[in-house]
Design a protein around this ligand. Structure first.
Ligand code: SF4
Length: 228
């Protein structure tokens, strides 16, 4: 049985992770380094402090809300970090407990190898894609990731499952998006055929919670670059 490092399980959520009552499962590890990362503990060195959880242990934590899931059309949302880094674990979980009748959603940056996405693509009811930015230079500056990898996965996802099962989130990032770049991002997504586009104001995490020195250094490096 597979195991995964899970940093949090957030129960009885409504409206943010899809239809009905959902439980968010927060996986550790992320390939990106967003300047204003909401969960920098997922890439800090103290990630090892999180215990490995088996598929069965996770199920035992989640099943307490099964009646709510079934009554409301809700279920489980896999988030992170980057949940697709744990695609094998998720694959086994869905296969093992498919008789439960729960819905499965996923919040992902899509910044992963194609085969990770392929492993679960047909079993996730709805994908919430965190787009960050649709401009290659801005995306790579903000995330330190590879825009082409993200973009190709995004288009592949749409072409494979269709736009109805995808919501693309478009953040307005303080200090970065000063000239309504979000409008360009949303317009481009619309022209590419996406139907569900959620523009939202990003709240800088350190205004809400303490973050690590590593995350602060990452943010300061980004701020210095955008001032240049
Ligand atoms: S995608 Fe960005 S914000 Fe989300 S966990 Fe990874 S680095 Fe943090």
């Amino acid at each position: 049985m597979q195991t995964a490092k899970i940093t949090a399980i957030d129960r009885i959520r409504t409206t943010t992770d899809g239809e009905g009552v959902t439980t968010l499962v927060v996986f550790a590890s992320c390939p990106l380094r967003c300047a204003y990362c909401i969960n920098p503990f997922t890439w800090d060195t103290d990630i090892d402090k999180f215990k490995d959880m088996s598929v069965e242990q996770l199920y035992n934590e989640l099943k307490i809300d099964s009646l709510y899931f079934l009554a409301t059309g809700g279920g489980v949302c896999f988030g992170g970090g980057e949940p697709l880094l744990n695609h094998s674990f998720i694959r086994e979980f869905i296969d093992t407990y498919k008789e439960e009748g729960w819905k499965y959603n996923m919040e992902t940056s899509l910044s992963v190898k194609r085969e990770f996405l392929d492993d679960v693509i047909n079993d996730i009811d709805h994908f919430f894609v965190d787009s960050k930015d649709m401009d290659k230079n801005r995306y790579e500056l903000y995330t330190k990731g590879n825009y082409d990898l993200f973009y190709e996965n995004l288009m592949y996802l749409k072409d494979t499952i269709g736009p109805e099962r995808i919501t693309v989130r478009v953040p307005i990032i303080p200090e970065f998006h000063k000239h309504e770049e979000y409008k360009e991002n949303a317009e481009l997504l619309k022209s590419l055929g996406f139907k569900h586009i959620q523009v939202f104001h990003y709240v800088i995490p350190e205004t809400r919670k303490k973050i690590s020195q590593k995350a602060i250094d990452n943010k300061n490096e980004f701020l210095a670059k955008i001032k240049e």
